[in-house]
Each structure stands twice: as structure tokens, then as C-alpha cells.
Design a protein around this ligand. Structure first.
Ligand code: AMP
Ligand code: GLY
Length: 427
């Protein structure tokens, strides 16, 4: 089978790694890929925004399956164009990808499916005064969210009416998120532990992969700015088998059914971001793709042919028995460039990547290659991931940090507390 994987981050390196283990694979192309994926297949420089270029590449190379990693090409309709050209795709059409791209659409699906989520009210920019009045008589904290995509920065937890009014102004008047912030949702604040669950689906049926948890803030103990994710672990102990069953029955199954009933059957990975309140799990967000960095921790815990799973979903006949959890644990620590998520320097050589133990996988995210050397080329540089055969996050954590001590580049920064919340919960 010839496979084209779209994307260039740590998530795509993790997907490429897993696909490359499959006996079904003939050739893997990664568009555009990174120095890590180059070791697993052929990186191809191509403008992935140009769907017709991607189609001609696929025809030329006789591609049997396209796997789309990031949200933007999905939201832009790359899967639609590929399917119109009779190419199998793992990833939803743009109509179904709206579950991530438009929070108000996600809420309407959840309302239709009676899926537990935070109470909310919507305003668009033309109702600025009404929104201001509403915020004056609200209880705090509350959450203001941009309706559209905002690179993970469109959610603000407001602790007072003043903060809420300032946030409203920044969305509606200063337009910090442009069109994405022209409509907002004001949501009830929920408190509890968070976790992510990925459902792999052919539009009708699905399987869930082991749960995980991201660490979104830059600083230890979840302080400081939001980032694209500073680390993850899997599985998340809060998601016990009973809770997973509840998530399947009350959240994933009804959401996929409601999407299908709405004429927007979802083929791909539905990401449920969940918060565990004292009234049970509630949805914070849906994404239309694998999460990053969670995928870097989740995929190494899968036993079975991952490529066959993705192909069977893309074909509309998901093989639910092909993949199972291997019983292990994984911790992924993101090594970032100091200064991220604001400005940072790049171009430093990364040392210590060779001779790491077998139970460590170093996923590349923001790297490039020059004169045979790997150099830093982004904010999130590497995902240093340990995989242990037993469900022991303490061991997985210490292995990942031991490996990090061997890796170095100028201005390296990483959080020291990845997985601590889960470890505390297990004690
Ligand atoms: P999102 O970009 O939707 O993942 O939101 C970013 C983060 O904001 C989440 O991981 C939560 O920690 C927090 N958050 C979002 N919605 C709520 C909510 N309704 N109540 C409390 N925290 C929330
Ligand atoms: N880890 C959060 C995301 O992928 O959106």
C-alpha cells in the first residue's frame, strides 16, 4: 500500500512511525514532513494548500490512502477534493471538520445529541452592547471563546466582570482573532481534571484509543501562557474502564450519530477534550484530528496494524479488532526553545540524539537538517517519549526525563512536572 501523510509536526512523526511498522506498507510519503519522518519514508516538498497539486501527486504515485494530520487542510476541504477524485482519505470532509472549526456548530451537534457540555450563550459582534450587559450580571469565573479557529488561543477564562469586558472588547472591537472572533460563546466555567479521548471512526462505527492528557500551559503547575502542548501522558488514570464506557455511550456514539443525521458523517479521528466534573464527564471541545502532543504518547501503546485500522476506517468498514492497548504507559515531554510561545531563537544544533535507550522515541516537531546536523527550527522542537511495558507512569516519567538529560541544544526549555497530576492521583 502506498500512503501519503499530510503534515510536519510531532503528531505526524508519531503517525508515520506507527504506519511504518505495518506489513501492508509499500511506500510512505510525508508531505512535507520533517527530519524525523525522513527516516521513515520520503519527505515531499509540495504546497499542501493546493489540493489539486496533492491530487496529482497521489495519482502519479498511485497512493492508496491519504492520512491528514493537521486541522487546517481538513477545514479547507482537502479531504473533499481527494474523495471527489476517488482517493481514500483518513480525515473528515470540511463539513464534518466544522466540529472543530466552529464552536457554535459543535454546540448545536451536542445539543441535538444531548451530549453533556458547559451551558453557553452566543453573541456576534453586532450584539456588542447586549453581550456587555450580559457580562455585567454574570457569575464569575466564566469562559469566553472565539467561535472560529484561533491556534489554541481563543479561550479566555475570566475571573471578573472587568476582565470579561476587556476580553469582549479584544474580540469584537480590537478583533485580535479577526473573523474567528466575530462570534463568541460565553460558557459556564467547569472545574475538574481533564483528559483527551480519540475515537477512530468510519462515520458509523468507531473504536476509542487509550486516553491521554495534554499539558497546555508553558509553566510548571499549569501556570503561564497557553501553548500548543508541553507534554502528555497515556493512559490517563482518571479514565477508568467504567468512565471510558460512559464516554463512549454518552459522548462519542451520540455525537457521531448526530453528525451523520446532519448529513456530515465523520471519517477520521474525532478528538474529545473532556473535563471530569462532579456530575460526570463533559465536553470542553471537539477536534477533527489527532491531538498533539497526545498522539505522541498514545500511539506507542497500540498493538496491531495501525495502517490497516486507518485504511479500514477510510474505506467505510472499520476493523474494530485490529488494534488493542498493549497494557503499557507512555510519557512525552516537549523540549521547546526558551521564549516559546512568544519569540525565541532557532538554528541551534541538537546533540545527544544517538545512543538513546530502545524504550525512548524522539519525535521531531520544530527541527531541520543542515550539513548532516539536526538543528532547532521552531518553538516546540522535540517530543521525547518513553514507553514502558507496564502501566507505570512513575517509571515512564523517570525514563523520559533521563533521556532528556542526554539531549541538549542551546536555549532548551521543558516542563519538569509532566504526568505529575496522574501520578498524584494514583497514590
Ligand atoms: P480549548 O482551546 O477549547 O481546549 O480550551 C483551552 C482550555 O481552557 C481547556 O483545556 C480548559 O482547561 C479550559 N476551558 C475551556 N472551556 C472551559 C470551561 N467551560 N470551563 C473551564 N475550563 C475551560
Ligand atoms: N493537544 C491539544 C490539541 O491537539 O488541540
Amino acid at each position: 500500500m502506498n500512503v501519503a501523510l499530510i503534515g510536519s509536526g510531532g503528531r505526524e512523526h508519531a503517525i508515520a512511525y506507527k504506519i511504518s511498522e505495518s506489513n501492508l506498507l509499500t511506500k510512505l510519503y510525508i508531505l512535507p514532513g520533517n527530519p524525523g519522518t525522513a527516516k521513515l519514508g520520503a519527505n515531499v516538498k509540495i504546497d499542501i494548500k493546493n489540493a489539486h497539486e496533492v491530487v496529482s501527486f497521489c495519482k502519479d504515485k498511485e497512493i492508496d490512502l491519504v492520512v491528514i494530520g493537521p486541522e487546517q487542510p481538513l477545514v479547507d476541504g482537502l479531504a473533499n477534493v481527494l474523495r471527489q477524485n476517488e482517493i481514500f482519505v483518513f480525515g473528515p470532509d470540511k463539513e464534518a471538520a466544522k466540529i472543530e472549526a466552529e464552536k457554535s456548530f459543535a454546540k448545536s451537534i451536542m445539543d441535538a445529541a444531548r451530549v453533556p457540555t458547559a451551558k453557553y450563550i452566543e453573541f456576534d459582534a453586532s450584539k456588542y452592547d447586549r453581550a456587555k450587559d450580559f457580562l455585567k450580571q454574570k457569575k464569575y469565573p466564566c469562559v469566553i471563546k472565539a467561535n472560529g479557529l484561533a491556534a489554541g488561543k481563543g479561550v479566555v477564562i475570566c475571573n471578573s466582570a472587568e476582565e470579561a469586558e476587556k476580553t469582549l472588547r479584544s474580540f469584537f472591537i480590537e478583533k485580535i482573532f479577526g473573523a474567528s472572533g466575530e462570534k463568541i460563546l460565553i460558557e459556564e466555567f467547569l472545574s475538574g481534571e481533564e483528559a483527551s479521548v480519540f475515537a477512530i471512526t468510519d462515520g458509523n462505527d468507531f473504536i476509542c484509543l487509550p486516553s491521554s492528557q495534554d499539558h497546555k500551559r508553558i509553566g510548571e503547575n499549569d501556570t503561564g501562557k497557553n501553548t500548543g502542548g508541553m507534554g502528555a501522558y497515556s493512559p490517563a488514570p482518571i479514565v477508568t474502564p467504567n468512565i471510558m464506557e460512559e464516554i463512549v455511550v454518552r459522548i462519542i456514539a451520540p455525537t457521531l450519530k448526530a453528525l451523520k443525521n446532519d448529513g456530515k458523517a465523520f471519517i477520521g479521528c474525532l478528538y474529545a477534550g473532556l473535563i471530569f466534573t462532579d456530575k460526570g464527564p463533559k465536553v470542553i471541545e471537539f477536534n477533527c484530528r489527532f491531538g498533539d502532543p497526545e498522539t505522541q504518547a498514545v500511539l506507542p501503546l497500540l498493538k496491531g496494524d495501525f495502517l490497516r485500522l486507518l485504511y479500514s476506517a477510510a474505506e467505510g468498514k472499520i476493523d474494530k479488532n485490529i488494534i488493542s492497548y498493549n497494557g503499557g504507559a507512555s510519557v512525552c515531554i516537549v523540549a521547546a526553545s526558551s521564549g516559546y510561545p512568544d519569540s525565541y531563537k532557532k538554528g541551534f544544533e541538537i546533540k545527544g540524539l544517538d545512543n538513546l535507550p530502545d524504550d525512548i522515541i524522539v519525535y521531531h516537531a520544530g527541527t531541520s537538517e543542515a550539513d548532516g546536523k539536526i538543528i532547532t527550527n521552531g518553538g516546540r522542537v522535540l517530543g521525547v517519549t518513553s514507553v514502558v511495558p507496564e502501566n507505570d507512569l512513575v517509571r515512564a516519567k523517570s525514563k523520559a526525563y533521563e533521556a532528556l538529560e542526554q539531549i541538549n541544544f542551546e536555549n532548551i526549555y521543558y516542563r519538569k512536572d509532566i504526568a505529575d497530576k496522574a501520578i498524584r492521583m494514583n497514590q
